[in-house]
Design a protein around this ligand. Structure first.
Ligand code: ZN
Length: 173
């Protein structure tokens, strides 16, 4: 198991649309293991494969700071079937947008169809933080970041801050 490098914005790879998994092979199992290791070491509560540069529809989630009712989740080829009209607001962060936190409103509940790690099709309802986190990760699979939910002005302020932070970090090495 390997901790891989997380891509941070701005980076064109984060805009790629990820492709579905077709074979449930060893490469996929290794990818999932590495994604968990990378997410735990960051630390974060969710990670999509594209954040480590793999454009596949794979998400791992482990919400450890809540009641941790569901434990670690592996969501392969996820599709949102239903979204609730009711919304919930959470302050979101993203491992690809270090140190940026913004309140985003999303549907409070979603019904999701996905393949689990064993390749079984699962249909499951998620709510509150799980719903928010899964929608955030599915956005990554579509090449979208949470800042894309904001106005262009607010988005640019955040992206400029990140480019500047990166330039400063590079200059100090
Ligand atoms: Zn993210």
């Amino acid at each position: 198991m390997v901790v891989r490098t997380i891509i941070t914005a701005p980076d064109s790879r984060l805009k790629i649309k990820s492709k579905p998994i077709i074979d449930m092979d060893d490469t996929l199992q290794t990818l999932v293991d590495d994604m968990f290791d990378t997410m735990y070491s960051a630390p974060g509560i969710g990670l999509s494969a594209i954040q480590i540069g793999v454009p596949k529809r794979v998400i791992v989630i482990h919400i450890t700071h809540e009641k941790d009712v569901l434990g670690p989740l592996v969501l392969i080829n996820p599709v949102v079937l239903v979204t609730s009209e009711e919304k919930a607001m959470y302050e979101e962060g993203c491992l690809s947008l270090p140190n940026q936190f913004v309140e985003i409103e999303r549907p409070r509940e979603i019904t999701l169809s996905y393949l689990n790690r064993e390749g079984d099709t699962v249909e499951q309802k998620f709510s509150d933080i799980y719903s928010t986190c899964i929608q955030h990760e599915i956005d990554h699979l579509h090449g979208k970041l949470f800042v894309d939910h904001l106005s262009v002005v607010r988005r640019n302020i955040i992206l400029r801050k990140l480019s500047k932070a990166r330039r400063v970090a590079r200059a100090t090495v």
